[in-house]
Design a binder for this molecule. Sequence first.
Ligand code: SF4
Length: 175
Amino acid sequence: MSQFSHAYIFNDLQIGWLDYPDPISHSINVYISGCDNNCSHCSNPDLQFYSFGEKFSSDNLFRLIRNFSKIEQTNRVCLLGGDPLANKNIAFTRELLFLLKENDFHVCLYTGHSYCTVRRIKIAGFKFIKTGRFVKELECKSEKTSDYIQFASTNQRLYNENLELLSHKGRYYFK
Ligand code: SF4
């Protein structure tokens, strides 16, 4: 039996420009199913279910990402959901982050959990982490331009790998 944790991944890996917080990088986007946050007006309700999609071990998913990265020629990865830090996904995400960092991938992790939770569970290995649930009353247009990235609600925050705050009101201006 594999020593690695498992999670369900929605759809195939996708390549996109909108989610990695710098002005130039395309990233491999991975949607990890399962979420405990229960945001009202969730934009991905199917992804709240832990068993939505295809089951992977963390090492198998890492190999898939590595192969895809050679085709797409990028070492940027966004882990989205669902929530990669949903209770049942934490061990899986911790292993995946370890493998990605060891192999020089730069990861932006998207979670609905708070900065306090991120500190408490001691998750590491990312370059960026976006925290905070989607709050309908604080909704704004989610977008990325050559100057900034704006998240879906203004309470959401972006931190760097040292958990230093980078954003203000859900927006991060690229350096
Ligand atoms: S964190 Fe994302 S997937 Fe989870 S309930 Fe909120 S909007 Fe939906």
